[in-house]
Design a protein around this ligand. Sequence first.
Ligand code: ADP
Ligand code: MG
Length: 422
Amino acid sequence: MRELVPAVRAEKLYKVFGRRADDAVRLLEQGKDKESVGKLGVTPAVIDASFEVEPGEIFVVMGLSGSGKSTLIRMLNGLLEPTSGAVYIDETKLTGLPSKELRALRQEKVSMVFQHFALLPHRTVLENAAYGLEIRQLPKAERLERANNALEMVGLTGWESHLPTQLSGGMRQRVGLARALAAGTDVMLMDEAFSALDPLIRREMQDQLVELQARLGKTIIFITHDLNEAMRLGDRIAMMRDGRIVQIGTSEEILQDPANDYVAQFVQDVDRSRVLTASAVMERSVAVVGARSGPRQALRTMREQQVAAAFVVDSDRKLVGVVRDAAVAEATRQGTESLTSLMDPEDVVAVSPDTVVAELLTPSAECPVPLAVVDEEKRLVGVIPRVTLLLALGGGAGESDGSSTSEDAAEPSSVSTEEVPS
Ligand code: ADP
Ligand code: MG
């Protein structure tokens, strides 16, 4: 099988504004800091940015105003030429392409959604959605069909002949989104696309984007200065500071294991319970017994592991149920051979690995044994004891000595990918 080609690849990208930009890049490459390089009368906007975005990924670039996000995204679609480094779309090197080929590549492969919608005020919603295709000189019938389809995807059917001024902010941005969808490119770049919207509308747009992405499989690079938006949308997040990418990871990785104090401070107020998922906090299940083993074996396992319950799995490691110490001990006295007859269905609460922690709190409080985390095939992939859940939520939540707590919180994730011993 062919190896997966990244949809977008940035390789050591630099963008320095100013006459002596090349000298500045050389100094930055030698390790000089941004401030001393600034003495050349230049502005280093993006410094040494490298990353790969997988096809179908939502990759968020997150940073405060002025950190270089827009400059970075404008290099990704060729609107800005890097001072140094290169951009690849699929396998094609964008950087250095003659302008005509660059334009063709952009039209075919990359579309952009802007913060302030960039709609043409005197054109209808339908004409706005079709605008990119008009520039590409596609036949009118095809343009209109594709624009109509795109408007339907964003829920604007019935609004085709309205003018942008007759629309709310959220609806205008849906037109912007429809225009990008009508273009039919695999890659969509979105620069603060929802930042001008009211919070509630913004949430709706975020949900719609996630849903559209799941349906259409687009590769999306989404820029925001809002951490909550980044965490809601991003499969991975690149954290930018002063032109540099300081960390790339999933929201869980960034929460659990911030690369430096800057990132740690940034994420300290995030509601962890809505970001962390079962897979990030679960532990390897230590007390697991096969469904065919007897009560004696189960009891021995529980004693060795110092736990009061054991998870019972079949030969495919699918979860069958839970047995508790008292019932098993009683069974050994009475000579019962079957474990399955000892299981109480009330004891088993199985959750999927991507359930957010907020939704685990009630089940965990009501379940006498650890929660079982099972995959789509119902195989046991981990367990979540109540204390683990509470510890994960407490981790690094604004304490002054964040070091020890964040280490504690990170611990479960270090074993989370391990398999259940059979
Ligand atoms: P962000 O999108 O994260 O707010 P920008 O990429 O817009 O950040 O800006 C990064 C830095 O580059 C800022 O210091 C900004 O002033 C500077 N900058 C951006 N565009 C230009 C330009 N065309 N000329 C000079 N400096 C610029
Ligand atoms: Mg910007």
